[in-house]
Ligand binder design. Structure first.
Ligand SMILES: *[C@@H]1O[C@H](CO)[C@@H](O)[C@H](O)[C@H]1NC(C)=O
Ligand SMILES: *[C@@H]1O[C@H](CO)[C@@H](O)[C@H](O)[C@H]1NC(C)=O
Ligand SMILES: *[C@@H]1O[C@H](CO)[C@@H](O)[C@H](O)[C@H]1NC(C)=O
Ligand SMILES: *[C@@H]1O[C@H](CO)[C@@H](O)[C@H](O)[C@H]1NC(C)=O
Ligand SMILES: *[C@@H]1O[C@H](CO)[C@@H](O)[C@H](O)[C@H]1NC(C)=O
Ligand SMILES: *[C@@H]1O[C@H](CO)[C@@H](O)[C@H](O)[C@H]1NC(C)=O
Length: 210
């Protein structure tokens, strides 16, 4: 057999004639003991289609509720002749962009059409968040700030609000997020070193870890 293809390839015409015409497209594929072989001469002649992709699923919901995000869809490979797994060529899933549109605060307009926005929103059409707030509903503080129940003006770099939404900063103190101190949590607890406050300064802090 030409092209170093296995002898099972010579079954081609017979196999081909047993299949409905709809399964023949512009490539030829063969299923042998070792998997899938394809017949390629100067150009690829035909394709014996025993594995077929299902249609793509519907797109998933967008990963965000405003602005740009991503979504995914997937499909399955069905083999109508053999039970060979994973013999379709191509990807099982696909990621696409999605744009859900801008932040949509509600504009409460007065007689002259001037908007008053709900708390947290800003802009002529309530399409923005007030300073230091973020999120599609302006419900979060920007990174490293806390206090979304007040005004998101308390910096807290390596810590968290002790009360949800509150503005009292507590520093992280564990082996995942580091061992921090000071009012904005930018310094390491004694014995640990920057930048992560996870590493000991020449073994000094190991006893502190218990
Ligand atoms: C793929 O197969 C799984 C499991 O049978 C099924 O839940 C899913 O809906 C299938 N997806 C498509 C796009 O056919
Ligand atoms: C995408 O498909 C691959 C297999 O091709 C699988 O390993 C992976 O988990 C899938 N990802 C998602 C998000 O479905
Ligand atoms: C609408 O609100 C704007 C800004 O607060 C104010 O200047 C304007 O006088 C208001 N117009 C009416 C008709 O209330
Ligand atoms: C934020 O709110 C706190 C507590 O209500 C207040 O003390 C502080 O002055 C406010 N800061 C700004 C920048 O408005
Ligand atoms: C945002 O946070 C910074 C840092 O604490 C603060 O100085 C500033 O006043 C805040 N801005 C607003 C609009 O509250
Ligand atoms: C580390 O501390 C933070 C709070 O500072 C907490 O959210 C997180 O779950 C802790 N992680 C571990 C592994 O203890």
């Amino acid at each position: 057999m030409a092209d170093g293809l296995p002898s099972s390839v010579s079954q081609s015409p017979a196999l081909k004639s047993t299949l409905p015409t709809g399964f023949i497209t512009s490539y030829v594929f063969f299923y042998g003991a070792q998997g899938v072989y394809y017949l390629q001469r100067k150009k690829i002649i035909a394709f014996l289609y025993s594995t077929v992709w299902t249609d793509w699923s519907e797109w998933s919901a967008c990963s965000v509720t405003c602005n740009d995000g991503f979504r995914t869809r997937d499909r399955n490979c069905t083999d109508i002749l053999t039970n060979l797994p994973d013999s379709c060529i191509g990807d099982y899933n696909e990621t696409g962009a999605c744009d859900v549109g801008p932040i949509q605060g509600v504009c409460h307009s007065n007689m002259s059409g001037v908007c008053t926005c709900d708390w947290g929103y800003d802009g002529n059409n309530c399409e923005l968040c007030v300073g230091n707030y973020t999120g599609c509903y302006c419900e979060y503080c920007e990174d490293n700030l806390i206090g979304h129940d007040t005004n998101c003006s308390t910096p807290c770099y390596n810590g968290y609000a002790s009360i949800s939404g509150g503005d009292q900063c507590e520093c992280h103190e564990n082996t995942t997020l580091g061992f921090w101190q000071n009012d904005i949590c930018t310094g390491c607890l004694t014995g640990f070193i920057l930048p992560e406050c996870l590493t000991c300064d020449t073994g000094q802090c190991l006893p502190c870890l218990g």
